[in-house]
Write a protein that binds this ligand. Structure first.
Ligand code: FE
Ligand code: CA
Length: 536
């Protein structure tokens, strides 16, 4: 294991020069200092207890987010806020907030739990900005955002990091703190940003940090779960350090749900959609997403594309809202399981993971793509993984892409026929690091590698058993790397010639001061699908 050297070879000249690095370090430290003065649960004068965030960057702006809560875990889910409150937002060209270039005053109110989503426009392309909120004489922390270069404008390099699966109860978010310290230009959250469930009494010995309440099933419950997570100083530091793109997986609503179907087959779609609407509403209220019409939480368009000049574009996918239900369920549960090869429903070509509209949008995007790299940011492992059931029978996991193999085939064919440049898939969900070759035909190891895949481990969530999965690898030769024994995230430096992918791991999820190491590094060279192991 190589110890990471902060400020060593990871410094990118130009974009990450020494002056900017120092300013950013000061910025993160400043944010943390401001925030540690406020404790979750206690009623304080300052309503900015949940931090700030920026998201959905464009070449002339971004979305600013905050949610006011003087009592973040108040039982009604409204954060101890009742009345509408005027809030001023400011965007400046400097950390000291002296050179303010945009500002405005808006009203925060209880209809959206006093959350704000400010769409800032008219900024200069490809430069950093700082922002903060002020209400009734109290300031929020100062956050940093960055506009993208203009469409098609030449960009030499970009640094981004991606994460998934942060379970509050199972540990501290040290991985998020280290991500903030990497000074990424962009952070991507790939799902399981919260966990809706509360571990049972039987799991008490494993709980590092207790939850505020039971499993979230309604709006107040989901709001308080997000509020709890957002009181975490490491997560606040990460959001303050860089703009983000977000998509969800299952635990933002319920384990292994699919579209309108609960994992519990006894729950009717109508009842489940009411729960899903509450969860989607709370998700919107806590994420730096573009303002959206209220009252339509069950048609929540989350998928979209963000490009950074001519260098890289990110197609952010929603793999939960539109999918067919999992195949060959075992009543009364729709939970993921290893379905035997005899499960023919799995191979039905009408089954979809992304839904017809999103698929069409994605495939059209491949044809029009003009960036040097094209990243598909989505929730789950995409590569096939031939597994064994408890009975030792060969089969496939039903809740991921393996439950939807024809949909995957359509996607990889679209990648292949469009000849979209340098396709790279990133994912999460499986609480382990993976590097895979996405094959034209997984049954034939000699078939063409169509795209390169990297999956990040969890921030804190429990890993799958390392030994059991390692035993499957000889039957899955397209899997180039697997490691489940470490928690962490993935840091990516991309330039015109190559993408350098670092699997970062933390020393111990139970330690709030956990240290960082680099577990493994891969490179992808432009023009050639498939990862290269740089560690030899
Ligand atoms: Fe997870
Ligand atoms: Ca998941």
């Amino acid at each position: 294991m190589t110890r990471m050297r902060l400020g060593g070879p990871s410094v990118l000249p130009g974009q990450h020069g020494p002056t900017r690095r120092r300013v950013l370090a000061a910025s993160s430290a400043f944010a943390i200092t401001l925030l540690t003065g406020q404790r979750a649960g206690a009623r304080s004068g300052n309503p900015f207890t949940l931090g700030v965030a920026a998201g959905e960057p464009t070449s002339d702006g971004f979305v600013l987010w905050t949610r006011l809560a003087v009592e973040p875990l108040s039982a009604d889910g409204l954060g101890g806020m009742r009345e509408p409150v005027p809030v001023t937002w400011e965007v400046a060209r400097d950390l000291a907030m002296r050179d303010v270039v945009r500002q405005g005053t808006v009203e925060a109110n209880a209809a959206s739990a006093h959350s704000l989503h400010i769409e800032v426009r008219g900024l200069e392309a490809n430069r950093p900005y700082w922002y903060r909120f002020t209400s009734q004489g109290e300031h929020s922390a100062i956050g940093r955002a960055r506009t993208t270069p203009a469409p098609g404008e030449r960009l030499e390099r970009l640094r981004f990091a991606f994460a998934s699966c942060s379970n509050w109860q199972l540990g501290y978010f040290s991985a998020y703190r280290h991500m903030a310290e990497e000074n990424p230009d962009l952070v991507i959250f790939l799902g399981d940003y919260i966990y809706e469930y509360t571990l049972s009494a039987a799991s008490q010995g494993r709980i590092v940090r207790p939850h505020d309440g039971p499993t979230a099933i309604n709006l107040a419950g989901y709001r308080n779960r997000y509020a709890l997570y957002r009181t975490d100083p490491d997560l606040q530091a990460l959001h303050a350090a860089a703009p983000s793109l977000v998509t969800w997986d299952d635990h933002e609503v319920e384990n292994d749900y699919a579209n309108q179907w609960s994992q519990d087959m006894r729950v009717e779609p109508e009842a489940f959609l009411a729960r899903r609407a509450a969860a989607y509403q709370a998700y919107y209220e806590h994420m730096p997403l573009r303002p959206r019409p209220s009252g339509e939480p069950n048609s929540f368009r989350l998928y979209g594309r963000t490009a950074f000049g001519d260098l890289v574009s990110f197609s952010l996918l929603d793999g939960r809202q539109y999918r067919s239900k999992q195949p060959c369920e075992v009543p009364p549960s729709r939970r993921g399981h290893v379905a035997p090869l005899s499960c023919s429903e799995r191979l039905d070509a009408r089954r979809t993971l992304l839904g017809a509209a999103q698929e069409e949008w994605l495939f059209e995007g491949f044809k029009k793509a003009e960036t040097a790299w094209n990243v598909l940011a989505q929730g789950q492992l995409m590569a096939e993984l031939r597994q064994k059931s408890f009975a030792g029978e060969a089969g496939f996991w039903t809740d991921g892409w393996d439950g939807y193999p024809m949909a995957r085939q359509r996607l990889l064919e679209a990648v292949s026929t469009s000849r979209v440049a340098n396709p790279v898939v990133i994912g999460g969900d499986i609480h382990s690091f993976w590097t895979t070759d996405l094959k034209a035909d997984f049954k034939d190891p000699r078939s063409a590698t169509v795209a390169t895949e990297f999956v990040g481990t969890s921030i804190t969530s429990d890993p799958p058993p390392h030994g059991l999965i390692a035993e499957l690898l000889p039957e899955n030769p397209h899997v180039r790397y697997f490691e489940s024994r470490h928690r962490g995230y993935v840091l990516v430096d991309v330039d015109r010639e190559r993408m350098l992918v670092n699997f970062r791991s933390i020393s111990d999820r139970r330690d709030p001061k956990a240290t960082l190491a680099t577990l493994k590094q891969f490179a992808v060279v432009s023009g050639r699908a498939g990862a290269i192991d740089t560690n030899g």
